[in-house]
Write a protein that binds this ligand. Structure first.
Ligand SMILES: NC(=O)c1ccc[n+]([C@@H]2O[C@H](COP(=O)([O-])OP(=O)(O)OC[C@H]3O[C@@H](n4cnc5c(N)ncnc54)[C@H](OP(=O)(O)O)[C@@H]3O)[C@@H](O)[C@H]2O)c1
Length: 238
């Protein structure tokens, strides 16, 4: 059976590349994004893969948008949910100054937490019935090395770091809550990747980052549930 992957934040960056590589590998994809009408790259992919790509509207910061998506997907099996949608709060350079002790933008921090934490939880809960219909029953949380408390030697980026540390706690907690239902939950550290968040100087071209992520995801079983892994499949210290 063809695996179905749902990717949030699928219109650009890491999410879009997950859509591309999943389609190229023969998987079916539900590509969820805030503004499907403006998602040109997804529209082009849809022309190429009309039978295996479904584009859906989703704002993970809005409870109503999540509920509406879950309703449209009623009865649709999802094998892998990639909770990719997330924000740093703008590009790296312009937003970092608004996450410091002196310059914290509290409205932005609330938005980051709403999307990076609450939105992920809400979407996962809403799509649990779909995951139960799928074979893989795998939830991937797109975390970050910046969410690692153990690796934090530089401070800064407090809004983003706290959101990803909280996301990691959800990975651990949901892996326990969902163990008996056979659902595997993992946190992925995608490495510093060349996207709008990562910027042009980042280490990994987006295609290589996602190729490595997919290799890790392919190996995930329930035995790995609750882990925080990097692009090489190695544990990242919490
Ligand atoms: N790039 C890196 O170096 C890096 C490192 C560690 C972790 N990550 C994580 O990887 C994930 C993807 O980031 P990226 O690097 O691909 O950045 P990106 O190019 O800025 O893409 C972010 C994606 O998230 C979507 N998004 C943001 N808020 C949303 C919302 N409320 N509802 C739905 N979608 C929303 C964006 O949609 P719009 O186009 O509508 O804004 C966009 O599709 C994020 O969770 C990020 O924290 C990235």
């Amino acid at each position: 059976m063809t695996e179905t992957v749902l990717v949030s934040g699928a219109n650009r960056g890491i999410g879009l590349e997950h859509v591309r590589q999943a389609l190229a590998a023969g998987q079916s994809v539900i590509a969820a994004c805030r503004a499907p009408d403006q998602a040109i790259a997804l529209a082009e992919l849809h022309e190429r893969y009309p039978a295996r790509l479904r584009i859906e509207r989703l704002d993970t910061g809005e409870a109503g948008s999540i509920a509406a998506l879950a309703s449209r997907l009623d009865g649709v099996a999802i094998d892998i949910l990639i909770n990719n949608a997330g924000l740093y709060g703008g590009g790296w350079e312009d937003s970092a100054a608004r996450q410091t002790l002196d310059g914290m933008d509290y409205d932005q921090w609330e938005e980051i937490l709403r999307v990076n934490v609450l939105g992920v939880f809400r979407l996962t809960a809403a799509l649990l019935p779909n995951l139960m219909l799928g074979e893989r029953k795998l939830v991937v949380m797109m975390s970050s090395d910046l969410g690692s408390i153990a690796s934090n030697t530089q401070g800064q980026s407090h809004a983003y770091r706290t959101s990803k540390a909280a996301l990691n706690m959800l990975t651990k907690g949901l892996s326990i809550d969902l163990r008996e239902r056979g659902v595997t939950v993992m946190s992925m550290a995608p490495g510093w990747t060349q996207t709008d968040i990562g910027g042009a100087n980042a280490t990994w071209p987006v295609d290589e980052s996602v190729r490595r992520q997919r290799a890790v995801i392919a190996e995930m079983t329930s035995a790995h549930s609750g882990q925080f892994l990097n692009l090489n499949g190695e544990p990242v210290p919490w």
